[in-house]
Design a protein around this ligand. Structure first.
Ligand code: NAG
Ligand code: NAG
Ligand code: NAG
Ligand code: NAG
Length: 316
């Protein structure tokens, strides 16, 4: 390499100094020839080595493809293999898959120094160490670590949300443990993508850095009730059942709270521990629930009843 650089240097010096004479032309070509020979000689003698800037710790989401990139310089005619350390299983040699597990494949483009192991789809059991090996004498190898994580989205307001009609539905979804920021996050209501055109006042803000998406539906009406699902590109989805409560009448519903999750609702109700309000509440709830064929309401009534009993008999 040294020699080559030096020769090139002198060669360029020769061109700029020598003008266009016949002799200098001859010298130049022969030095270039020599330079090329020198380069190729250096290359065939040099041993392969790993690019030390190589990233060796990878995280992938379960169900998604995982890639381990191994970069080898001066490979020459040697082969690059991928070995699973756990059982010393040879996964790939060159671009051929040796494993019977078809999820493993070697990716390589001609004239590149990159030999990539692809595991698709990645499973949690694929977590562990892998080795990129070059068939020199003696062998050289570089160790890689793969961690396959289960990424699950989470909607902050929990599995169920009660919202008073006229106020906003504000849903925040986070793609937790996602190895990479999701390239997109979709929102569904039932099985349909939330449709901005169908109804005004819908906005979605997705922030890749924090892996967060916020769905805001202004002035909710009972028709906005439903099962809302947040589906990030690289995580399992999460759902929340939203009940929009058209509670104009009963005092219990006239809270300033934007959303009424079941527990605050109970507390509100139990403040008035009189039988009358209790019965009103039950009727209200049955009314509400008749819109959604939910089996939850029996549980809810039992809950209310227990609450009433506690208020009535225990706290005195
Ligand atoms: C470079 O190598 C070629 C054959 O590989 C040979 O013909 C040529 O003379 C060599 N040039 C020099 C400068 O050594
Ligand atoms: C590259 O890594 C190998 C071991 O993996 C080490 O022996 C070598 O010194 C490193 N080279 C540089 C330039 O850091
Ligand atoms: C929606 O809720 C989040 C927190 O849960 C809050 O930071 C945000 O300001 C709310 N947005 C609106 C428009 O109410
Ligand atoms: C809500 O929708 C999701 C996705 O379609 C489904 O997996 C989930 O069971 C539904 N939840 C309810 C309570 O219906």
């Amino acid at each position: 390499m040294w020699l080559a650089a030096l020769v090139y240097f002198f060669c360029h010096l020769g061109i700029s100094a020598g003008g266009g004479g016949d002799t200098s032309e001859e010298i130049t070509t022969s030095t270039i020839d020599f330079a090329l020979n020198a380069t190729s000689t250096t290359e065939s003698v040099a041993q392969p080595y790993f690019d030390n800037a190589t990233k060796r710790d990878y995280t992938a989401a379960v169900g998604q493809p995982a890639y381990l990139h191994c970069r080898v310089k001066n490979l020459g005619d040697r082969a690059v293999s991928w070995i699973r350390k756990r059982d010393l299983h040879i996964l790939t040699v060159g671009v051929h898959t040796y494993s019977s597990d078809a999820r493993f494949a070697a990716l390589h483009t001609d004239n590149s120094d990159e030999w990539t192991l692809r595991v698709a789809p990645a499973q949690p059991r694929d977590s562990g160490s892998y080795e990129c090996q070059v068939s020199t004498e003696p062998k050289i190898s570089l160790s890689f670590r793969l961690t396959v994580v289960v990424s699950k989205a989470e909607i902050l307001s929990g599995p169920e949300l009660f919202v008073r009609a006229g106020s906003d539905i504000n849903l925040t979804c986070i793609a937790r443990h996602a190895p990479d920021p999701p390239s997109f996050i979709y929102w569904y209501r039932g099985s349909n993508v939330v449709n901005y055109a169908q109804r005004g006042g819908i906005s979605v803000e997705t922030e890749q850095r924090t892996r967060t998406s916020r769905l805001l539906i202004a002035r909710a009406s009972p028709r906005d009730s439903g099962n809302y699902t947040c589906a990030p590109s690289s995580s399992d989805s999460a759902s929340v059942v939203v009940h929009v409560v058209s509670g104009e009448r009963p005092a219990a519903m006239q809270s300033d709270s934007q959303r009424l999750s079941p527990i605050p609702l109970l507390i509100l109700l139990s403040i008035r521990s009189q039988l009358k309000s209790f019965l009103t509440s039950i009727m209200l709830y049955i009314l509400l629930m008749s819109q959604h064929t939910s089996t939850n309401y029996l549980k809810y009534i039992r809950f209310l009843w227990n609450n009433y009993c506690i208020r009535r008999f225990v706290t005195r």
